[in-house]
Design a protein around this ligand. Structure first.
Ligand code: NAD
Length: 294
């Protein structure tokens, strides 16, 4: 079966490789031609535009940074909708605003193209292993028809509701992760400043109620002072922006998210936008004068 894939960044590349491994024929496109090299060596065919992807394939996956990029690739000039045939399924796996998913789905429906929003959690390592968590919104019958395909890239695929529900679920995930990292940075800075070794604090509390996947993944990075990017500060700012806008739109205030957003904005202003979001500990080092790690 032919699958179109648009957006070959950190996540898109390994996802395409898993599709190829599962035996799908992949037609790939990215605005940055150099990003295609990696997947063509693995066996993907190259398209010169999103429009051409839609000419070749009845199922198209997009994995792009944010709402404007998805709108451009789908609804813009030389985009998917210029050539998509009736009945084509578009699966947008980017993390974008739920409202944008609904707008794009509406434009798709006018061309009789069916759309699912299916953002992922797990980052590059799980994209490589094919063990992403995938949260899906849209028509349930369309979801059932592509569930097997999604399972070639993910370990869990959960149907969350109508179009936009996948991205709403992803925003909830990003709020929990951001606040959890900030809480870890705050708590471990307190311990260090009060004279207790952060490594011992980590060992003492990780198995209790305070322990979490976030603590296990991010506190060791803070202790090492290693902020090489896994999930960039800039990307988390994008997600929290979408969360705040969505929260304000539906009347659900997000005071904790707003606070962490300002910390992330401070990091970006200080030149750390490309670092991992565990760099939130840099914010606490700035305000307390104490570094958790080295
Ligand atoms: P990325 O910036 O590495 O890749 C995006 C790719 O899209 C780039 O190669 C870019 O050239 C391409 N692109 C941009 N506009 C385009 C267009 N109009 N047409 C074709 N190609 C275009 O981003 P990423 O890290 O792969 O993330 C993709 C999405 O997945 C984002 O929404 C992100 O929030 C989400 N996500 C990322 C991670 C992660 O750890 N990186 C984890 C979970 C979810």
């Amino acid at each position: 079966m032919k699958i179109g894939f648009i957006g070959l960044g950190i996540m898109g590349k390994p996802m395409v490789k898993n599709l190829l491994k599962a035996g799908y024929e992949v037609f790939a496109y990215d605005v940055v031609t150099a990003n295609l090299e990696n997947v063509t060596t693995a066996g993907a065919k190259v398209a010169v535009s999103s429009k051409m992807v839609a000419e070749c394939c009845r199922i198209i996956i997009t994995m792009l940074p944010n709402s404007p990029h998805v709108k451009a690739a789908v609804c813009g000039k030389n985009g998917v909708l210029e050539s998509a045939k009736r009945g084509t399924i578009l699966i947008d796996m980017s993390s974008i605003a739920p409202l944008a998913s609904q707008e794009i789905a509406k434009a798709c429906a006018e061309k009789e193209v069916k759309m699912l929003d299916a953002p992922v959690s797990g980052g590059e390592p799980k994209a490589i292993d094919g063990t992403l968590s995938i949260m899906v919104g849209g028509d349930r019958t369309v979801f059932e028809s592509v569930k097997e395909l999604l399972l070639t890239m993910g370990a869990s695929v959960v149907y969350c509701g109508g179009i936009g529900a996948g991205n709403t679920t992803k925003l909830a995930n990003q709020v929990v992760v951001a606040c959890n990292i900030a809480a870890c940075a705050e708590a471990f800075t307190l311990a260090k400043k009060a004279g207790v070794d952060p490594q011992l604090v980590f060992e003492a509390i990780r198995g209790g109620l305070a322990g979490s996947t976030v603590m296990n993944a991010k506190v060791p990075m803070m202790i090492e002072g290693n902020y090489r990017s896994g999930f960039k500060v800039d990307l988390h700012i994008k997600d929290l922006n979408n969360a705040l806008e969505t929260g304000h739109g539906v009347g659900s205030p997000l005071p904790l998210t707003a606070q962490v957003m300002e910390m992330l904005q401070t990091l970006r202003a200080d030149g750390y936008g490309q670092e991992d979001h565990s760099a939130l500990s840099r914010y606490y080092a700035k305000v307390s004068g104490e570094k958790i790690g080295m």
